[in-house]
Design a binder for this molecule. Structure first.
Ligand SMILES: [Zn+2]
Length: 83
């Protein structure tokens, strides 16, 4: 029985990962992950902004409600040595 090759639903390259009914290749999965990271960062920024606005409206000390730390890039702090 021949093995069926799964292809990316966005570009037709060989797929590596599945989200529900959607298969993605390495490149499209990277784009998807980057888009999700941007969306998540925006969500945190908005949440922190709203906390600031609540503090202002209620005359609370700025920072009293706390803030969500910004997510760190998975690539920060990595160093590579080429020999
Ligand atoms: Zn693709």
């Amino acid at each position: 029985m021949a093995k069926t090759k799964v292809v990316c639903s966005q570009c037709g390259k060989p797929a590596i990962v599945q989200y529900g009914d959607i298969w993605l290749c390495v490149d499209c999965n990277l784009k998807f992950q980057q888009a999700e990271q941007i969306r998540y960062s925006r969500s945190i920024s908005r949440q922190n902004y709203l906390a600031y606005q609540i503090e202002l409206a209620a005359s609370l000390p700025i920072g009293m409600l706390g803030r969500v730390p910004a997510p760190q890039s998975p690539f920060q702090g990595n160093t590579f040595t080429l020999t």
